[in-house]
Design a protein around this ligand. Structure first.
Ligand SMILES: *[C@@H]1O[C@H](CO)[C@@H](O)[C@H](O)[C@H]1NC(C)=O
Ligand SMILES: *[C@@H]1O[C@H](CO)[C@@H](O)[C@H](O)[C@H]1NC(C)=O
Ligand SMILES: *[C@@H]1O[C@H](CO)[C@@H](O)[C@H](O)[C@H]1NC(C)=O
Ligand SMILES: *[C@@H]1O[C@H](CO)[C@@H](O)[C@H](O)[C@H]1NC(C)=O
Ligand SMILES: *[C@@H]1O[C@H](CO)[C@@H](O)[C@H](O)[C@H]1NC(C)=O
Ligand SMILES: *[C@@H]1O[C@H](CO)[C@@H](O)[C@H](O)[C@H]1NC(C)=O
Ligand SMILES: *[C@@H]1O[C@H](CO)[C@@H](O)[C@H](O)[C@H]1NC(C)=O
Ligand SMILES: *[C@@H]1O[C@H](CO)[C@@H](O)[C@H](O)[C@H]1NC(C)=O
Ligand SMILES: *[C@@H]1O[C@H](CO)[C@@H](O)[C@H](O)[C@H]1NC(C)=O
Length: 860
């Protein structure tokens, strides 16, 4: 490459006498770079034209200042500090490298380059691509990508005959071009030729077969259709039928063959439907004799715009400068960056208002506004509307005043969605004002709805379902706390059975969302769609907290009844045995020792053995060794028995005896003779156990009390340990809390088993396109744990019934009178028996006395 360096520096004296030496713009320096390699044939022509034009401009436009112009014919120049502006005619690559080299200097870069070149940043420079007539489409696609009108990393390009063969590559490079300068990365492109025209009677079939091959998971969800105006409708019809238009997919139609007669695309409105993301770019070019364009036109236009802006800047600065002293002016005068921005704005404004070069080439951008339209009040049958989002011209590129895909960036754009709800804590908590309107709404469902409204950018109005929940109208502050529980009982069934009113309103699209929590059931799924579960409820049962058994008979506990009986029997047997051996022993007669009176009768022996048992050894020890052996071994037995008893008694004193608790369904079934159970009538749980394949649940169902019990009676029975109540664990917690507040005791407990899962979700219409969006949001909220956190807020606060476990209650036991009362009862019993025996003895005695009297012989 041979570079011919021609440096031509023209020093032009400022024409008019007034010179403001302190103003940079007075001596503005304009560098003009015309790359000789790029502009091979036109280099001389364009330079001459510029020179001529500058002479004119200095005479006619720049009346208050001057401009120094420096010409370069190659792009590798050293950008000096004093250059105010730069006009370059170079290839795309050189333009960018020039721009990057000069970027630090804050100068105004105006570039004329080839087509298919990413424009220099619009807030720093002006780029004019030189485009052949009728070949502007690749540039539009590139410009929109650089302007971030769509942020696609995959794209499916569908095209028909309107995209000419030699253009395909240029369109593709518009997507695949990668540049660190513009911070866009290339997109993966799939190309599909439709190979049909709208005149073909089979066109719909062909398009269907082409589109049905698309696997959006592999090739992405962004479609660019470069088709004729007639094909647009066919494509929209087919893509709708195949489900390829939905809130996640984006469709951009580029229509080249619109012309004066068919410039209107309003008829596509009929094809729009709720949830679509569709944008249109169409050709509004009209050629007539006044149309100009080309390199020379653009060069002159830019120079004109620049000199006008410069003149304006000089006038403004001079006006400000004359009112200030030099020092003050030094302090406040605009920086180079500020001056660059001022010039840029003015050149742009000039091009916009007066630019005629290639002005005939004009494209319009329209976006479909569809989301939430269906639910707008008084909306016509037309679902979508078209918004004019901007236009495109070669000289200043896309002028966007709105988003090309408004719903992708802004969701519902603040649309108002009607929702239906009713009071059902803790899911939906409504407070009504006096006139019956909803004054406040909260609850888990509304926590989620509020978050959805924020992220999907909608507002909402609530309608209250009238299906007989007027009891829930809580106007009184005082009753709120009490009714919170009452309402819960009242609305027991509201999650399982969806009121038909709500189903009808959702299906008729009177409301967008059923902002209420319902159980996901297969029956309901046939009529409406559920969102992702917002909560999973498990079932549990409420039983009486196991109580300490009465301690009156504590002294009996160490031994079982059998042990006691054996002990009694052995005392009974041992007495006579001792007596027998004592009597039979010949030792006394042999040695002439009198037999001790204490053992002279079986009764005495019995008392003797009993005394020994209680370690109160009798006074009389038999003399004979045979009897002593009996007594001695008995003492051994006594030792063992008494030690065992004492040890056990201590244990029972510290560890009170607890009821055997019911903690599982199996245990409950084992107790079915003493305990009844029930649940809410017609509830999901009842259905589940009825249809369960597990025999134990079917037995549970069969044994269940089917009649609905009065709620308070039911709780009383549960407390008494006679009843077990099945329900959501959450609800049972509420009941426990409520009873705790009333009685201040923890009489209720939950089972250890969690039975079944019941999924709770909101409801939407079956054909709503937004279900996936809402599900994704709910998933996200689940993942960050927000839903769980909100849910916890509605649960009853933990109290000591939650905390006190059986173990801590037990280890802290101190022995009290209760533990000993039993022995005193025995003492009492002993007294009573003794008195009765005494009575018997007295009666017997007097009877004997009288009998003796009768038998006494007369003594006279
Ligand atoms: C402006 O240009 C004139 C003539 O070339 C020169 O004398 C003067 O110093 C320049 N002023 C500034 C601020 O560069
Ligand atoms: C735009 O419309 C004009 C006039 O109908 C036509 O000459 C030109 O080729 C069209 N542009 C494209 C890219 O087809
Ligand atoms: C597509 O066109 C066919 C035939 O014109 C029509 O029956 C069908 O309803 C259209 N489908 C949609 C989704 O507009
Ligand atoms: C450029 O074209 C647009 C649209 O055709 C038109 O509104 C505008 O007046 C034109 N500008 C000039 C300077 O002719
Ligand atoms: C919501 O929509 C409005 C209206 O289009 C828009 O101005 C706003 O920026 C959007 N908000 C968000 C967070 O996207
Ligand atoms: C009901 O009262 C609230 C304030 O308490 C007011 O904002 C609302 O407009 C009233 N609605 C009707 C229908 O009167
Ligand atoms: C509502 O109840 C709270 C607590 O009992 C009380 O402080 C408040 O004044 C009450 N508000 C009204 C409007 O009665
Ligand atoms: C919505 O309901 C329809 C009809 O039952 C079903 O085909 C579709 O899969 C449901 N959508 C979702 C996301 O569950
Ligand atoms: C044990 O009992 C004492 C007195 O009744 C009480 O202050 C203490 O908190 C109890 N300790 C535990 C662990 O329950």
């Amino acid at each position: 490459m041979v570079l011919v360096v021609v440096v031509l520096i023209l020093f032009l004296a400022t024409v008019n006498g007034d010179n403001f030496p302190s103003l940079l713009t007075t001596n503005a320096t304009l560098a003009i770079v015309i790359d000789r390699d790029y502009m091979t044939d036109e280099h001389d022509m364009i330079k001459e034209a510029i020179e001529t034009y500058l002479v004119y401009a200095k005479r006619e436009i720049l009346k208050h200042g001057g401009v120094n112009v420096q010409y370069y014919s190659w792009t590798g120049i050293n950008v000096k500090k004093d250059i105010t502006a730069l006009i370059s005619f170079a290839s795309c690559k050189d333009t960018w490298s020039l721009f990057n080299a000069a970027r630090e200097e804050n100068l105004l870069h105006m570039a004329v380059s080839g087509s298919d070149c990413p424009r220099l940043p619009q807030n720093e420079a002006i780029t004019v691509p030189l485009i052949e007539k009728g070949e502007e489409m690749p540039q539009i696609i590139l410009d929109l990508r650089v302007a971030a009108a769509y942020k696609w990393d995959t794209v499916i390009v569908l095209y028909d005959y309107t995209l000419k063969r030699d253009m395909i590559n240029r369109v593709l490079s518009g997507f695949t071009i990668e540049s660190s300068d513009i911070q866009i990365t290339g997109a993966a492109v799939s190309l599909i030729a439709l190979e049909t025209t709208s005149k073909d009677p089979n066109s719909r079939k062909i398009v269907t077969s082409k589109l049905s091959l698309i696997n959006t998971e592999l090739v992405g969800t962004n479609f660019l259709a470069i088709v004729s105006i007639e094909m647009v409708e066919i494509l929209m019809n087919v893509s709708t039928t195949l489900g390829l238009t939905n809130p996640k997919n984006q469709w951009l139609y580029v229509i080249c063959d619109t012309n004066l007669k068919k410039v209107d695309i309003n008829h596509v409105k009929n094809r729009l439907k709720e949830g679509d993301n569709v944008g249109f770019i169409y050709n509004t070019t009209v050629y007539d004799s006044k149309c100009t364009g080309g390199l020379r036109c653009h060069a002159e236009e830019i120079l004109h715009g620049f000199t006008k802006a410069l003149e304006q800047a000089i006038i403004e600065e001079a006006g400000a400068a004359v009112q200030l002293s030099d020092e003050e002016w030094e302090a406040v005068r605009p920086t180079k960056l500020e001056r660059r921005d001022f010039l840029l704005q003015n050149v742009k404004k000039y091009l916009l208002d007066y630019g005629v070069c290639d002005n005939c080439t004009n494209w319009k951008l329209q976006a479909a506004e569809t989301w939430g339209k269906e639910y707008e009040k008084g909306s016509t049958s037309l679902v979508g509307d078209l918004l004019l989002v901007g236009s495109w011209r070669p000289s200043d590129g896309p002028a966007l005043k709105d988003q090309l895909f408004p719903h992708v960036t802004h969701g519902f754009r603040g649309k108002n969605l009607p929702m239906i709800t009713f009071h059902n804590p803790p899911w939906q908590i409504l407070k009504f004002s006096e006139n019956g309107s909803v004054a406040e709404h909260s609850g888990l469902v509304f926590d989620i709805i509020k978050e959805l409204a924020r992220s999907l950018n909608f507002t909402y109005t609530l309608r209250v379902s009238q299906s007989g929940y007027s009891e829930a109208k809580i106007t009184d502050n005082n009753t709120m706390r009490l009714t919170k529980f009452k309402v819960l009982e009242m609305t027991d069934l509201l999650t399982t059975n969806i009121p038909s009113e709500i189903i009808t309103m959702i299906r008729n699209k009177n409301v967008a969302v059923g902002a209420c929590a319902f159980t996901i059931t297969n029956e309901a799924k046939e009529m409406i769609n559920f969102t992702k579960a917002i909560s999973i409820q498990t079932y549990n049962f409420l039983v009486a907290r196991p109580r300490k058994l009465s301690r009156a008979l504590l002294f009996m506990y160490p031994f079982t009844t059998n042990t006691w009986l054996c002990l009694a029997a052995s005392v009974m047997v041992m007495g006579p045995i001792l007596y027998f051996i004592h009597q039979a022993s010949p030792v006394y007669e042999c040695k002439g020792i009198p037999k001790s009176a204490g053992l002279s009768s079986p009764q005495n022996c019995l008392w003797y053995m009993y005394g020994a048992l209680l370690q109160q050894g009798g006074m009389h020890l038999p003399y004979a060794d045979s009897a002593r052996l009996v007594v001695g071994t008995w003492w051994l037995v006594v030792l063992v028995v008494a030690t065992t008893y004492c040890g056990n008694l201590v244990a029972f004193l510290t560890f009170p005896k607890i009821d055997i608790p019911i903690t599982t369904v199996d245990e409950l079934l084992a107790h079915s003779d003493t305990v009844t159970w029930s649940t809410v009538k017609n509830s999901y749980f009842e259905k589940l156990i009825k249809e369960s394949p597990e025999p134990k649940y079917r037995r549970l169902y069969q044994g269940m009390i089917k009649n609905q019990m009065n709620h308070n009676d039911m709780l009383y029975e549960v407390e008494q340990g006679k009843h077990v109540y099945f329900d959501w664990k959450t609800k049972l917690h509420y009941y426990m809390k409520k009873q705790f507040l009333i009685t201040d005791r923890c009489d209720l407990a939950l089972g250890n088993e969690e039975l079944f899962n019941e999924k709770i979700a909101m409801v939407m219409a079956q054909d709503t396109p937004y279900l996936t969006l809402i599900n994704e949001e709910i998933n996200r909220l689940h993942q960050v744990g927000l839903i769980e956190k909100w849910y916890q807020n509605y649960l009853p606060k933990k109290d000591r019934c939650f905390k006190v476990s059986r173990i801590t209650e037990v280890t802290n036991h101190t022995v009290n009178l209760d533990d000993m009362q039993g022995s005193f009862f025995v003492l009492l019993l002993g007294f009573v028996l003794a008195f009765m025996w005494l009575l018997c003895e007295i009666i017997y005695n007097s009877y004997q006395f009288r009998k003796k009297k009768k038998l006494q012989p007369y003594v006279t």
